[in-house]
Design a protein around this ligand. Structure first.
Ligand code: AOF
Ligand code: ZN
Length: 346
């Protein structure tokens, strides 16, 4: 029975997809006598939290007087902090609800257990850990960001039937079909940032935007240790925010920020620590082979998506090598390409 209402709360939470980042998607259902008397979800970043919307819905439906005999099902521990809105835990205490059932603890250090503590101290019964895995999957980016103190990482590339990612002349090469490229642009619009290495920036002069899809443009991230990338590249055209990681300077130029980091053997750690500090919650890494292989070899990634085209080119730059142990989660045709998706086993 508890699962039934939590499933509904998770469904409501998912309605916030695309509008709440970097906040988590959260849903809330209020139940009295085995009947739903109020529902709500976090609809938009900066807006009311799920619990507030559910309580207001219950009030609008004339159910305020039964709140003290009701159970609140919420997919994330109610917050305890004054952020964009006052604490949800305080609201539930003020309405004297009988019981609160929670899916996931909030890993945000501003909350992290303090919400549950507030409820219990006020004498409200709290049950947590209902449908934990479903909740963690829904908000994988949010949980990875706070628990691992790094952005959620998607690695994506397109390779030819014979395993090449670029031709022998390093010329920009369109390997995947239009449908695959449209899908990649949709993916770009769903993440906070997109990352490429020096060679890709130099040889492909990519725009790294979402022109084939309607949606927000991600922050562009480029690695340029020795600052050898020419300023004429699309990357530096100020049309989107760009972070350029290098070994020499910290400087803001229009929409581009040059960020100096240590390029020692812990380069990846330094990079991800800086991005965490900038609150970048997710990144799609699009190449080239060297950069992708670095993430793969260190085992620092969450998802891998590979488009394989039908044509062979015989010569060129080899595509990255998949590490052993990754879990194949999906395979499908996208136009003329074959898309394989993998996950890092947890
Ligand atoms: C809840 N219910 O529906 C959500 C919560 O910037 P703010 O003030 O909106 O706070 C964002 C933080 O609040 C977010 O990082 C997470 O810890 C929590 N989100 N909490 O009780 C909600 N969206
Ligand atoms: Zn809240």
């Amino acid at each position: 029975m508890m699962e039934k209402y939590m499933v509904r709360a998770l469904e409501l939470a998912a309605l916030g997809r695309g509008n709440v980042s970097p906040n988590p998607m959260v849903g809330c259902v209020i139940v009295h006598n085995d009947t739903i008397i109020g529902e709500g979800w976090h609809r938009r970043y900066g807006d009311w939290h799920a619990e507030v919307n559910a309580v207001n819905d219950a009030i609008a439906r004339g159910n305020e007087h039964v709140l003290p005999e009701s159970t609140v099902y919420v997919t994330l521990e109610p917050c305890s902090h004054f952020g964009k809105t006052p604490p949800c835990a305080d609201l539930l205490v003020e309405k004297r609800v009988k019981q609160v059932v929670i899916c996931n603890d909030d890993p945000n250090p501003l909350v992290a257990g303090k919400g549950i503590q507030k409820l219990r101290e006020a004498g409200i019964e709290v049950i947590n850990g209902i449908l934990v895995e479903e909740g963690r999957q829904l908000n994988a980016r949010f949980f990875t960001f706070f628990e691992q103190k790094r952005p959620y990482l998607l690695l994506k590339w397109a390779e030819t039937a014979d395993g090449f990612i670029a031709d022998e002349h390093k010329q920009p090469l369109s390997i995947s079909c239009l449908q695959s490229r449209v899908l990649s642009h949709q993916w770009r619009s769903e993440e906070d940032a997109i990352l490429v290495g020096t060679n890709t920036a130099l040889y492909d002069n990519p725009q790294l935007n979402t022109r084939l899809w309607e949606g927000p443009h991600p922050t562009r991230i480029v690695i340029d240790r020795t600052l050898r990338l020419p300023q004429e590249l699309h990357l530096f055209d100020n049309s989107q925010k760009t972070l350029c990681y290098n070994a020499f300077k910290n400087e803001e130029q229009g929409n581009t920020a040059f960020v100096q980091i240590d390029f020692d053997e812990n380069f990846l750690k330094h990079l991800l620590a800086d991005l965490y500090q900038r609150k970048i919650q997710s990144i799609i890494v699009e190449g080239g082979t060297l950069v992708l292989q670095t993430f793969l070899n260190e085992g620092v990634f969450d998802e891998i998506h590979i488009f394989k085209s039908a044509n062979a080119i015989q010569k060129g730059t080899a595509a990255p090598l998949l590490p052993t142990g990754v879990r194949l989660v999906n395979q499908t045709n996208i136009g003329g390409d074959w898309l394989s998706s993998y996950q890092q086993p947890r």
